[in-house]
Design a protein around this ligand. Structure first.
Ligand code: FMN
Length: 391
């Protein structure tokens, strides 16, 4: 060791990104999270080998927490026919191998529970990402009735949702609670309520999609009611010592839509109900899924995570175009978020986390890599050095 800390006989602290973090009784080995990533590859809501490899590879690649994709709490609450579900005990049982492989490779296994609301009954992205149509029906993917706060479709050509009657909403709240109980029984150690992207909960939150004038609409308190009832129910069924996340669309990206101040107000309420971390995404409720109302740039949603953390006094997770370890570390060092979620970059490189450790200079010898790979890669690195080859 030749740095000052070394000379003083002290161990330099690793970058914040690689310092373990405790949330309730669960400790993640680092602050790197794989956010939920729908794979549209399930049958009847049940995961298969694809999901096993998908989740397993990120755990093997060093992620701290991995959230399995949006899993429907009701059959009609799936986005597509290929989405995962957790509305039956059989589905909960089928999640156990995913939990096992993530834990085996040192990651905290998490699940996102969701109801797609008016954005249900859509095509897998590679089939068009719009409402199911006759062509899909011919393939066996029949459309189903979608529900929402008001009879307003998510976009042109999408199904018009049936407005939920006030006395139907309790059933959905219960479904979220039962899903949470199943997630616990499956062995998940972290749970996230999907309250973003124009799906059911967020469509109730936003004045763009919620035009109700009963107890679930109108002012902010009315529009927040479903989100808070779901959270209360889930918290009651999800062990108090296990972390609960809530994903928000921090803003709709439209002047007459949901604003950051609303998100901060919501985050305060969620904190009071026992939510541990707000996962700060954005958009998805207005215009089509393919049009971005919020301008894109590296870390474009970080300011939302920062504001929620500072104003609501709750842990926050930053997500969206966070590409490398240095960028992630800078966000943590600046106190803008507690956790860093990395989605598509993990799809691009399932070894993103251990790669980031190397980039940040804390794993020169591939010790953080699985031994089966690290041993050879370290040897190859020495060969590179002898060759004078710089990478
Ligand atoms: C293939 C794919 C599937 C996604 N599925 C979900 C999902 O199930 N639930 C969710 O809240 N967000 C979902 N998202 C959004 C991601 O969790 C994440 O917020 C987004 O990709 C931005 O982060 P990134 O730039 O690091 O990819 C998905 C994104 C992608 C690319």
């Amino acid at each position: 060791m030749n740095n000052a800390a070394g000379e003083a006989g002290q161990q330099a602290k690793p970058p914040l990104l690689f310092q373990p973090i405790a949330i309730k009784s669960v400790t993640a080995r680092n602050r790197i999270v794989v956010p939920p990533l729908c794979q549209y590859s399930a049958r009847d809501g049940i995961p298969n080998d694809w999901h096993l490899v998908h989740c397993g590879s990120y755990a093997r690649g060093g992620a701290g927490i991995i959230f399995v994709e949006a899993s429907g709490v009701e059959k009609r609450g799936r986005i597509t026919h290929g989405c995962l579900g957790i509305w039956t005990d059989e589905q909960g049982e089928a999640m156990k191998p995913l939990v096992k492989i993530m834990k085996h490779h040192g990651a905290v296994p998490g699940l996102q529970i969701a109801h797609a609301g008016r954005k249900a009954s859509t095509q897998r992205p590679w089939n068009g990402l719009s409402a199911l149509n006759d062509e899909d029906s011919a393939r066996g993917d029949l459309p189903w009735e979608v529900v929402g706060p008001s009879a307003i479709p998510a976009d042109e050509g999408w199904l018009v949702p049936r407005q939920l009657a006030e006395d139907e909403i309790g059933g959905i709240v219960t479904a979220f609670g039962l899903a949470a109980a199943r997630a616990h029984a499956s062995g998940f150690e972290a749970l996230e309520i999907h309250g973003a992207h124009g799906y059911l909960i967020q469509s109730f939150l936003s004045p763009l999609s919620n035009k109700r004038n009963d107890g679930y609409g109108g002012d902010l308190a009315g529009r927040m009611r479903l989100a808070l009832e779901v959270t209360r129910e889930v918290r009651g069924r999800w062990p108090g010592n296990k972390p609960l996340f809530f994903r928000i669309s921090s803003v709709d990206g439209s002047e007459d839509g949901w604003q950051l101040a609303d998100s901060i107000a919501l985050a305060k309420e969620l904190k009071a109900l026992g939510v541990d971390c707000i996962d700060c995404s954005s958009g998805g409720n207005a215009a089509s899924a393919t049009v971005n109302l919020i301008p894109r740039g590296l870390g474009f949603q970080v300011p939302y995570a920062s504001a929620v953390r500072a104003e609501a006094g709750i842990m926050s997770m930053a997500v969206g175009l966070i590409l490398d370890g240095a960028q992630a570390e800078a966000i943590l060092q600046a106190g803008e978020a507690d956790l860093i979620a990395v989605g598509r970059e993990f799809m691009y490189n399932p070894f993103w986390a251990v790669q980031a450790a190397r980039d940040l200079g804390i794993d020169p010898n591939f010790d953080m890599w699985p031994a089966q790979y690290g041993w050879w890669l370290e040897k190859r690195e020495r060969t590179f050095k002898r060759m004078g080859h710089k990478r």
